[in-house]
Ligand binder design. Sequence first.
Ligand SMILES: Cc1ncc(COP(=O)(O)O)c(C=O)c1O
Length: 484
Amino acid sequence: MKTLNLSLEHSKLPLYLKISNALRAAIINSHVAPSEQLPSARMLAEQLSVNRHTVMAAYHELGAQGWVKTQQRQGYSVVATLPIHQSLAKSAEQHLSCTQHQWRLSKSNQSTFAQPAHHYPFNFAGGNPDIELFPFNEFRGYINEALSRPSIQELHYGGNSGFAPLIEQVTTYLRRVRSITDKEIIIVNGTQEALYVVAQTLLTTGDKVAVESLGYRPAWSALKSAGAQLIGVNQTDQGIDVSHLETLFKQHKIRLLYLTPLHQYPTTTTLPVAQRMQVYRLAQQYNVPIIEDDYDHEFHYDSQPLAPMAANDPSRLVIYLSSFSKIMFPGSRLGIIAVDKTLATHLVNYRTIVNHKVSVVLQDAVARWMKDGAFERHLRKTTRTYHKRRQCMVVQLNILQTQGIDLTFDIPAGGMALWVNVGHNAEKIAQLAKDNGIYLMAESSFHLDRANNQDKFIRLGFAGQTEEKIIQGLQKLKPFLNPR
Ligand SMILES: Cc1ncc(COP(=O)(O)O)c(C=O)c1O
């Protein structure tokens, strides 16, 4: 052990006893654990500006009391079993004079984290990328470069909208691959931070926000944390129901619209061009900004993905969000806001309340990774793999159909999951699956208003696990599905 903070009492006791009392208090209060090494006499003497022999006398005293063990050449350590009666008596004494503080919570988040999906042997969570596919060795090289040739100026506070070389890479990438131009880029710690900052900046208590009626709960939490009242927009099998949206715009003063148009979360349908244009015109007419959450853009298989709504935004009302959580892994905590200049500064300023910036070392490494082209290589590889996994899951589900299992589904053009109609009892199926080591989610988890639950759909993610696992997992799931 290097340093142990000790406070010596003010008394007339000899110095070595004051030191031994302070050491004993540190042991009783668990500042140092049983069997843990204690600082050497020399080190402690230096720290306390006393003679080394005084510290040795203190250790000797503690040895005699049974708190400390001395070993030749290994110095001093706490005994493995503390003189327990004394320590219990002492802690009881302490508890009598000090009751546990009760926190007064002014806000709390009700959402609970159940057992994470990746703890299940078969993981059909809808949005999980396969982290095994990430090129860790290759990326280590870029981290090393970022640390060997750091941009020292950038490591200070400031530059809050993001690391300039990464902004440059992202700007080029979004222009080239997603046709987004004329937007300011802000680098954030994932989409969740973006949603929180946008909500806090644009909304006030009681503001109405339109959201897809089956949707992404973490976004709803961020919106609600800013006081928003959420209003669900009905969905058709092609995404949101535009005529219902229009009715809502007429009936309410809607302040914001949150959408996942490319791969609707959780149903994975793509909102067709005609509907996108209608939604956009309504947003212009009723002066409603749109948050476009484009969380897994690249994973589109049958054709090029549609350009985001942000790519054709003459009124500059689209707040475009993108994430590295699927491209890299959720723990990367890296995301992008692309937005009009007039809003960008406000978002950056607000973000500074919760976080100054995103890790510069990470941003630097990702910028190098993108510049080298290795990022796009990785994307091509994962898209090919996920395409095959989608096919594998489709084949397996078709086999289950031929074996008399009640299920129907559309093959989505992209995304990382299938939205499968199992007829009825979807929630029970999801629970039975979990009890048997298979993670999947039922429709009920995604409804804004749970009263709308038809209990028919389950979401089966295909990207996050190998074809072998998909096949085995679906076989294991078979007995819990409904017969036709
Ligand atoms: C709809 C949606 N948006 C965004 C994200 C990514 O969020 P983050 O960047 O905070 O990890 C996800 C990930 O599951 C998602 O499903």
